[in-house]
Every structure is written in C-alpha cells, then in structure tokens.
Design a protein around this ligand. Structure first.
Ligand SMILES: Nc1ncnc2c1ncn2[C@@H]1O[C@H](COP(=O)(O)OP(=O)(O)OP(=O)(O)O)[C@@H](O)[C@H]1O
Length: 433
C-alpha cells in the first residue's frame, strides 16, 4: 500500500502555507501544485462498510459515509455511538475489522498513521509542554527538515491566522485553554494536511470561548477549503458549524444531511428525537398516510423509508414550534410553567393521561399562559413522524467511554524521514508504522 504523498509545501520549500483568512473560497492552488502532487485542500474521504468491535462491543457496525471535498462534516450522536472510533480509524490509530477508508479514491486503510497526512486537534490541548507556541506549530516542519527561516515564517503566518500573532514565545502553561486550542489548530494546519480531524476540540472550553472558537474554526476552514471532520456530541455545535451532519447510532449512520434538512425532514425517528426537542403525543393512524392527534388529522412522513399503515395507536412526534396553545377555560391542558427566552416563550403543559407537552410560542402570544391556566393544544397542520406507542426514542449511552486521558505528544520514532510523528491522544502513545 503506498503512503500518501508528503504535503507538497513541505517537500517544495513550503511556500504559501496558508492564505489569509480573509481570502475566502477555494485555494488558487487547490487542484494541483507545481510538482503535480495533489494539493492539501479539498480531499474526498469515504468510509466504506467499516466495522470495528472491541470484544463484545461493536463500535462501528458497517459505517458508510462520505465527506465531500472541502466540506465540514460533523459526526453527531449519543455517547458510545462510534464517533471517535470512526475518526481514529481515519487517523490510523485504529484498524477496522473490515471495510475501507478512502481518501481521494485511494485506499488508505493499511497506511500507517504517520503517513496519512491528516491534521488533528483533540479535546485536550495536546501541545508539547516544553515548546513555545512557535515551536509547537513548527514542530512537524522541523521533522520534515524544512529550513528554520521557512518554518518560522510559516509558524508566524499560522499564529497570525488563528489570532495569536504575539504569542509565539509563550509556553502552553502561559496560555488559556482557548489560546492553546488555537495553537493546536495552527500546528494541525502547518503541514497542509489533506484532511483536518477535530475530536471534540471545544468541549474543554468555557461557553463564551467555545462560541467564538466555533466561528473562527469555521471561518478558517472555509478560507482554506480543507475537508474537515468534526466529532461532537453537542448538537448545537454540529448544526451551527457543519455543511452536513452525520447522525450515528450504535455504530451505524442514521442520516447525513445539511442541518436544516436534518431538523425539518429527519429520516428516522431516532434522528427526529436526537436532533432538537421533540414532543410525543398519543395518536391513532387513520389509514395509510394519516394520523389523528389532538383533534386534527395530519399527514404522516415516511420514517426509515416507509409510511406506516393500519389503524393502531401510535405516538406522534411534534416539535415545540409545531404546537399551538390558546388559553381556554374549556381546554383539557393545564399550563405548568412558562419560560421567557426573548422573542420566544417555552410553555410546559400537562395533558390528560400524564402526557406532557412543550410549546414554543411568540412571547407576545404567551402573556396569558400563566401556571395553572387551562388551555387548548392543537398541532400545527404539518406532516409528522409517528413511532409505535411505547418507548423507542434515541438510545442512551451505549456503554462506558473508552480509556480517556492523554499525555502531551511525544516524538515517535518515524520509520523514515520525512514522516511526522503523530500521537494517539486516547492512549498518549506515538502512532508508529
Ligand atoms: N479501546 C477500546 N476498548 C474497548 N472498548 C472501546 C475502545 N474504544 C472504544 N470502545 C467502545 O466502543 C464504543 C464506541 O466508542 P467511541 O469512543 O467511538 O464512542 P463516541 O461516540 O465517540 O462516544 P463519546 O461521545 O462518549 O466520546 C463505546 O462503547 C466504547 O466504550
């Protein structure tokens, strides 16, 4: 199996490692470099029928998924659904039991991690503690024997790009978590990887820093046009950043779609309930394609490719914004609480038979809905998903997470220069050929 080509910039004196962030759109050199090698930007990544089990635990159960060139693809799903394992298989830290990983059509399943040409940023900052920011960023270039002048020029450019032009001389312990993650990002980009892999890179940061880094990562990713795979369990993060979101469940793909489509047209009940908030209201099928719920008959959307027929009881999935509420002394619902959220107020109501429902209303329409008030609840006339009556929602944690923790990267004994050592963040060990 051939190794991936060395990034052309490193091989060819490393000119123009990155364009300024302001220069959005594809790189001018995106297709070919002077040497004819494929460029860093815009690789297509394919997972084909990937399976990986750890003893009895099946982490990946036939995963099929493609990241299109230049897109930011988020892997989203409950704890234990296989997100990190998929990323680790792509990085080369984990071998699948079967299936393949392709980058631009080339099967890299057996290519060692340190020859995969992927830049990685992990949850923990993983910087070399004994190197300052500049040397951390320049580390891979030094291994590839890029001249000191070139690598420091690159490091300066990248530190500028991630908003830390004056931090080159600082050591990791002299920087905040957010600053360290920016340096980690600059380091991941220094070798012009074909793919950028981000494993929960923001989850250790406080909310405000997380929000600003979210935007910065996205801006940077768009400006470089680099295919990026982003693992997160935070759906807001996934929906706000990604071109497409792949929802995984028990090692399989449930749906991969742009954020709005995932929210508006979930393909499965699992996706419908995992992404966003969902009510379950009791209903009854009235023949193929329609359901009666809260006094209304609504069309039923296909789930898992099928529209349920028959006339049995079901549960109807309706989003909070799909519920209308009006104060009505004759109504069967009772307001439990109303939370003002700005333009929207979330109202919780009790329906007969212990059914609870959440409704998001324009705040101006919710003024009368005080706790204890009787109300009438009706669904907005829109197609809905139904599930069999009973608990069939998204699975909870599928088991304990794998061994956590990470030491800072350690230099690996690369088999042959100029491969750059990569460190398996989960084990803290250097990945070797
Ligand atoms: N090295 C390992 N040894 C044993 N089991 C493992 C190992 N790595 C992962 N697993 C198991 O495989 C399953 C998938 O793990 P993975 O880390 O991919 O999930 P995840 O979706 O990333 O979860 P989280 O969001 O909690 O990080 C889990 O049940 C996990 O415990």
């Amino acid at each position: 199996m051939s190794a991936l080509p060395v990034p052309p910039a490193a091989a060819a004196g490393h000119r123009d490692p990155v364009r300024p962030a302001a220069a959005a759109g594809p790189r001018p050199d995106a297709a070919r470099t002077a040497g004819g090698a494929p460029s860093a930007a815009g690789a297509r990544v394919e997972f084909r029928s990937l399976r990986r089990a750890f003893g009895p635990t099946v982490a990946l159960d036939g995963l099929d998924l493609t990241a299109e060139p230049g897109e930011l693809l988020a892997l989203l799903g409950p704890s234990g659904c296989g997100k990190t394992t998929a990323l680790r298989v792509l990085a080369g830290f984990e071998q699948p039991d079967s299936g393949e990983v392709l980058v631009d059509g080339e099967d890299i399943t057996r290519v060692p991690a340190n020859r995969r040409d992927a830049g990685m940023v992990f949850q923990s900052y993983s910087l070399f503690p004994h190197l300052n920011a500049r040397d951390n960023v320049a580390f891979g270039l030094r291994v590839r024997k890029v001249s000191a002048a070139e690598r420091y020029a690159t490091a300066a450019e990248l530190l500028d790009l991630v908003g830390l032009p004056d931090h080159g001389g600082r050591f990791p312990h002299q920087m905040s978590g957010g600053q360290q993650q920016r340096v980690a990002l600059a380091r991941a980009l220094a070798l012009r990887p074909r793919v950028l892999l981000l494993d929960e890179p923001l989850s250790a940061l406080d909310a405000k820093v997380r929000l600003s880094l979210r935007e910065e990562i996205r801006r940077l990713q768009l400006s470089l046009g680099i295919t990026t795979i982003f693992v997160t369990h935070d759906q807001e993060e996934a929906l706000s950043m990604a071109d497409r979101v792949a929802v995984l469940n028990a090692g399989r793909l449930e749906q991969c779609a742009p954020p709005a489509e995932l929210y508006e047209r979930p393909a499965t009940a699992f996706v419908a309930e995992f992404v966003g908030t969902m009510n379950r209201l009791p209903g009854r099928l009235t023949g193929t394609g329609s359901v009666e719920v809260a006094g209304r008959t609504l069309p039923v959307l296909p789930a898992d490719g099928e529209v349920p027929g028959g006339s049995g009881p079901v549960e109807v999935l309706i989003r909070p914004e799909g519920v209308r509420v009006e104060a009505d002394p004759e109504g069967t619902a009772t307001v439990v609480s109303a939370s003002f959220l700005g333009s929207v107020t979330r109202v919780l109501l009790d329906l007969p038979d212990g059914v609870a429902v959440k409704a998001d209303l324009a705040s101006r329409d919710a003024a009368d809905l005080l706790p204890g008030v009787r109300a009438r609840v009706t669904p907005v006339p829109r197609p809905v998903l139904v599930v069999p009556a009973g608990p069939t929602g998204p699975a909870g944690p599928a088991g304990p997470a794998g061994p956590a923790g990470s030491a800072g990267p350690t230099a690996a004994a690369g088999s042959a220069a100029p491969t750059v050592p990569v460190t398996d963040e989960r084990t803290g060990k250097a990945a070797t050929a």
